[in-house]
Write a protein that binds this ligand. Structure first.
Ligand code: PRP
Ligand code: GUN
Length: 192
């Protein structure tokens, strides 16, 4: 019989406990309503522009999927992978893992991410889009975290679903130490 790995069981128990004891900040119903509203605004602004949507992996995956199925107009989808938290709960230098494949030049570009926190990630991606010659650049984030530590003062997304308090959050694409991106709503670990 194979030996059981004690670290595995410890991690499983810890991650179950994180979810069970977490505070639910935003319910799935509230997230869905926010996505409906974002989709209406985006449709009205970009519905006749054949835009390209770029998902910021990994966190943007779930927001992008839910948002795109609400958009009833022709669009293209691509992704880019830039990360600065890399499984931790504090941001570091931005690391570009994968650059976009669909060229941005002369296109209406929409960047989709899960969260605008300090804004370092979004600011760097905006810079990339400008340099790549996008015709217009729009940003869509599911949540904006309320605090005064933005990398660029007053940095905002063009389309923002919800605001969250200044706590480390997970769910709907956002991870806690790599886990629980699948949590259906937005949660904060107890005590964080
Ligand atoms: O506004 P900022 O403080 O720059 O943080 C926001 C970014 O942080 C998260 O990504 P992360 O680097 O954790 O990578 P991930 O998408 O793989 O979780 C999130 O998905 C955003 O892209
Ligand atoms: N999961 C997660 N990722 C982040 N990236 C920046 N802020 C956050 C946060 O609060 N939660």
């Amino acid at each position: 019989m194979p030996k059981l790995d004690p670290d595995f069981h410890q991690s499983l128990a810890t991650m179950r406990d994180v979810m069970e004891s977490a505070d639910c900040l935003i319910t799935q119903e509230e997230v869905e309503a926010a996505l409906d509203h974002m989709a209406e605004q985006i449709t009205s602004d970009l519905g006749d522009k054949l835009p390209v949507f770029y998902c910021v992996m990994n966190g943007g995956l779930i927001t992008t999927g839910h948002l795109l199925t609400r958009l009833g107009f022709p669009l293209e989808v691509d992704y880019l992978h830039a990360t600065r938290y890399r499984g931790g709960i504090r941001g570091g230098d931005l690391f570009w893992r994968v650059s976009p494949e669909v060229p941005m030049a002369d296109r209406h570009v929409v960047i989709v991410d899960d969260i605008l926190d300090e804004g370092t990630t979004l600011a760097a991606i905006l810079d990339y889009c400008h340099k790549a010659g996008a015709k217009s650049i729009s940003t869509a984030v599911l949540v904006d975290k309320r605090h005064d530590r933005k990398a660029v003062p007053d940095l905002r997304a063009d389309y923002c679903g919800l605001e969250v308090v200044d706590r480390y959050v997970f769910g709907f694409g956002m991870d806690y130490k790599g886990y629980w991106r699948n949590a259906p709503g937005i949660f904060a670990p107890k005590g964080l």
